[in-house]
Write a protein that binds this ligand. Structure first.
Ligand SMILES: Cc1cc2nc3c(=O)[nH]c(=O)nc-3n(C[C@H](O)[C@H](O)[C@H](O)COP(=O)(O)OP(=O)(O)OC[C@H]3O[C@@H](n4cnc5c(N)ncnc54)[C@H](O)[C@@H]3O)c2cc1C
Length: 460
């Protein structure tokens, strides 16, 4: 078979997974020739859209502020939310290498990360999210791209991978098209699928998660599920296909994220009647399922103190506040402007304040009210649920080798991030914990890059 170009390794997708895999490979075996190919014109995948929060247990950043954490505690937290699922080996491997990943990103990949101490998000018993100081995934990706440039790793934009080239049972390369439609065949001993999941492809959503297929989508448009289709055509297994991350609070109509920190600091969610309809402590992904079962609109109610402390730590929310996306006023003013029923909201507020003051569980079992009872000047933001990304994908081993249904590896094929199975259970939006997306992306990317590097070092 003839190829226009040949590399040791080709990585499909320049998001968190692909760029991390590239740097980890270069770090382990600098002699490897490699290229990263992406269909977008510039970095705009889900890693860019995320808050860049990577969970890790036992890092030196945690130890420096006296936080006791370990992979075992982290695993318990994850399994407590996700329940049993089809990729428990990944939960174990990714938690065990999480501290090493974050310290390596800082020390060897020059990624600026700090421990997030102002929020930890539901399910995490201790502060373990590590994120760029801006809390923006864009900065995370820019740092990874700068490191690729420093190491002379080529990242080729505007080039859509259309198919995998195979010979017998092994993958031998890819075919991509350039912006002017030219087809280029690239040979590679190892192909890494880092092209994310299928949340932008309604046809595949209908097949695996029909309940969310028509919901608004808040992720990158590149997530069209090619990895699933290529893998299945080669006999690959799939795992945790029913899992996804939804979010209960996308600002309506602004479309930006109302961080769940607003809820964690004491906010709550009501519908037009001014009544709550569930325990917000189950988290933003699981709460979205409750919203999807009823008709909106919905509002997150908080006070100016919650708003201002949240905005100080999170730029995207601060911008929403600045652009007038968060109403402020007395209960009567809020209700007049929003159309929320004033009597319903007054009763809800009284009940919630009592629970926050006395520490007694409210009617839904919620006990954690962050900063305590809400004050007189309230805030309200109109919100709705959205799908953010899918968490099911190709069945892989702990280093990202793609496995057939019978568990044997497909030679030459690797997958990580949204292209591979996630660790968020297999029950819709219920099993997702903050950070699971990036742990699967950067965590598997790191393991894939190192495993390929070790293979090449051993001459295989
Ligand atoms: C709004 C939002 C907020 C989030 N916040 C967090 C968070 O704080 N923490 C967390 O852990 N997770 C978060 N997530 C989830 C997380 O962002 C994703 O799980 C993770 O970024 C996936 O990384 P990836 O590298 O697999 O995909 P991406 O970052 O999407 O990269 C995939 C790349 O592959 C390219 N590609 C796709 N198909 C092809 C093809 N055929 N040819 C060439 N290139 C292709 C795409 O253009 C894209 O650039 C969030 C998601 C969203 C949408």
């Amino acid at each position: 078979m003839s190829f226009e170009l040949e590399f040791d390794v080709v990585i499909v997708g320049a998001g968190g997974c692909g760029l991390t895999a590239a740097i980890a490979l270069h770090d382990t075996w600098p002699q490897a020739t490699l290229a990263v190919v992406d269909k977008a014109e510039r970095a705009c995948g889900n890693t860019v859209l995320s808050s860049g929060s990577i969970p890790a247990a036992g890092t030196r950043f945690q130890k420096a502020v006296g936080i006791h954490d370990s992979p075992e505690i982290f695993q318990q937290d994850l399994l407590g939310v996700a329940g049993e699922h089809e990729a428990l080996h990944l939960t174990r491997a990714l938690t065990e290498s999480s501290a090493e990943l974050v310290e390596w990103l800082v020390d060897r990949a020059n990624v600026r990360l700090t421990l997030v101490e102002t929020y930890k998000h539901i399910g995490h018993r201790v502060h373990r999210l590590h994120s760029p100081p801006s809390r923006r995934g864009e900065d995370l990706v820019n740092d990874l791209l700068a490191e690729c440039e420093r190491r002379d790793i080529p990242v080729v934009w505007h080039s859509t991978v259309r198919e995998l080239v195979t010979s017998g049972n092994r993958v031998e390369g890819i075919v991509y098209t350039t912006p002017d439609g030219e087809e280029i065949r690239v040979g590679a001993r190892h192909v890494v699928l880092a092209s994310n999941g299928y949340a932008a492809n309604r046809r595949i959503l209908e097949r695996f998660v029909p309940e969310i297929a028509q919901a608004p989508y808040g992720g990158g448009m590149g997530s069209e599920g090619e990895a699933i289709e290529w893998g299945e055509a080669l006999g690959a297994g799939l795992a945790n296909m029913k899992a996804y991350q939804a979010h209960a609070s996308l600002a309506d109509p602004h479309g930006s994220l109302v961080t769940w920190t607003v809820v964690e600091k004491g906010g709550f969610i009501v519908d037009r009647s001014g009544r709550r309809f569930g325990n917000e402590s189950i988290g933003y992904s699981a709460f979205a399922a409750l919203e999807l079962q009823r008709s909106g609109p919905f509002w997150v109610i908080a006070d100016t103190r919650v708003r201002d402390t949240t905005a100080r730590g999170q730029e995207e929310y601060a911008e929403l506040v600045e652009h007038g996306g968060v109403m402020e006023g007395s209960l009567e003013e809020i209700c007049r402007r929003s159309g929320i029923d004033p009597q319903g909201l007054a009763e809800t507020l009284a009940e919630v304040r009592t629970s926050a003051r006395d520490g007694t569980p409210d009617r839904y079992g919620r006990t954690d009210w962050g900063l305590g009872p809400l004050e007189e000047t309230l805030t309200a933001t109109r919100i709705g649920p959205a799908l953010f990304h899918t968490q099911g994908g190709l069945k892989v081993d702990v280093d990202g080798r793609v496995l057939r249904i019978d568990g044997t590896p497909i030679e030459g094929l690797w997958a990580g991030g949204g292209a591979a199975s996630g660790i968020s259970g297999n029950r819709g939006s219920l099993g997702y914990m903050s950070g699971n997306g990036l742990l699967g992306a950067l965590g598997l990317g790191y393991r894939i890059g190192r495993a390929i590097g070790r293979n090449m070092h051993a001459g295989t």
